[in-house]
Design a binder for this molecule. Structure first.
Ligand code: MG
Length: 380
């Protein structure tokens, strides 16, 4: 926490605590400590080799899950400081929010969900929580990272009703209860959610152009891009190429950051939540865009969906990624000994296969696929 803490901010001294009680750290707040545990986790290091949109071997400069998470943390902290929120909690949630992502981006989540049909399905947010609650094994007396309620609450961004029922049965009134009974997460968690969206919209424009899949002229259809493009050219006539694109993205990021700060301040002034629990009891999220920025952001998202995520070249990669993960699931579930013993020996074989595959980096999945099938669907 660097700035002045507002009354509605999450307060590490009033945390709902860890699932297993631990003595406080002498110099760090509980949320700082969570952030540190996340950075030192194995799952965090794997993010560097996990796809955001473009696969690792497609180029060194594309975002990975790691650089994406760092960008979310940067945007989140910057807004948090202006609003008097707890920066450490924002950073912890931002760095952990994608820990449960499968290799190969969103393709992987759909395949695993399909393979796990009838066995509880697969959701990446839930998997992020599984990683920090169970799958990391590095402490002598507990599984997982034993994070604070507030960090776990932020990580479980979405959750289906059936999964929420299961989690809530094991942890009554805990992190899944708002998906059953309504309510909001902390402002810090709400902020990470929105910062995630701001980050990927902006960096996917950059990566989309870098990859050659999106033409600059096409982008000018999008109001949010066009207005900052024109403003950049008005101030710097003759600017072109990368500098024009980067300055446009820089301005559209700033505009969204300031918009969130202003719209959220106004919402907070109206709702006047007395503390973090009053935020949780609110009927709507209070961290938000203005309605004008919301519609501009949605238009950009639609553009990216149609022109980048659905681009034939991205779809072709996705089809091969699907194949790799499906083949791996079949190989491990029919011959569990192909997995390390701590997965092969588990009683819940299907979930063990899903956990093992979800944890893989892109290149490890490609190598395993080659080893088990003899097929080589991607260059290494
Ligand atoms: Mg994300």
């Amino acid at each position: 926490m660097t700035g002045q803490r507002a009354a509605y901010a999450a307060d590490p001294q009033r945390s709902r605590g860890r699932r297993i009680a631990e003595p406080p750290a002498p110099t760090r707040s509980e949320f700082q400590r969570d952030r540190d545990r996340i950075i030192h986790s194995t799952a965090f290091r794997r993010l560097v080799y996990k796809t955001q949109v473009f696969l690792n071997h497609e180029g060194d400069l594309f975002r990975t899950r790691l650089t994406h998470s760092l960008e979310v943390a940067q945007l989140g902290r910057s807004i948090a400081r202006s609003l008097g929120l707890d920066e450490d909690l924002v950073e912890a949630v931002a760095l952990a929010h994608d820990l449960g992502h499968t290799p190969f981006g969103h393709a992987g989540q759909d395949v695993l969900n399909d393979c796990m049909r009838g066995h509880g399905g697969f959701e990446h947010n839930l998997q992020s929580l599984r990683v920090v609650d169970r799958l990391e094994q590095r402490y002598p007396s507990f599984d997982g990272l034993n994070l604070c309620f507030e960090t776990r609450e932020g990580i479980l961004k979405h959750c289906s009703r059936s999964h929420a029922e299961l989690i809530d049965a094991a942890e009554p009134g805990g992190v899944a209860s708002r998906f059953l009974f309504g309510g909001q997460p902390s402002l810090e968690a709400q902020l990470c959610n929105l910062a995630d969206e701001v980050a990927y919209n902006a960096h996917d424009v950059d990566d989309g152009v870098r990859s050659g899949l999106i033409e600059l002229e096409q982008l000018l259809e999008v109001e949010l891009v066009r207005e900052h493009w024109e403003a950049t050219l008005a101030q710097h006539p003759g600017l072109n190429g990368k500098r024009l694109l980067f300055e446009t993205i820089r301005r559209l990021l700033s505009a969204q950051v300031y918009d969130i700060i202003d719209a959220t301040r106004a919402a907070l002034q109206q709702a006047t939540p007395a503390d973090a629990d009053a935020v949780r009891a609110a009927s709507q999220p209070l961290v938000r865009f203005s309605s004008d920025m919301r519609s501009k952001s949605t238009a950009l998202k639609r553009f990216l969906f149609a022109n980048l995520y659905r681009h034939p070249q991205v779809q072709a990669t996705r089809a091969r990624a699907d194949q790799v993960l499906r083949d791996l699931f079949v190989a491990y579930s029919s011959d569990p000994r192909q997995m390390p013993a701590d997965f092969a020996d588990r009683d819940d074989l299907m979930r063990a296969c899903s956990d093992y595959i979800a944890g893989m980096t892109d290149r490890f999945a490609i190598r395993e696929h080659q080893r088990l099938t003899g097929k080589s669907l991607f260059p290494l």
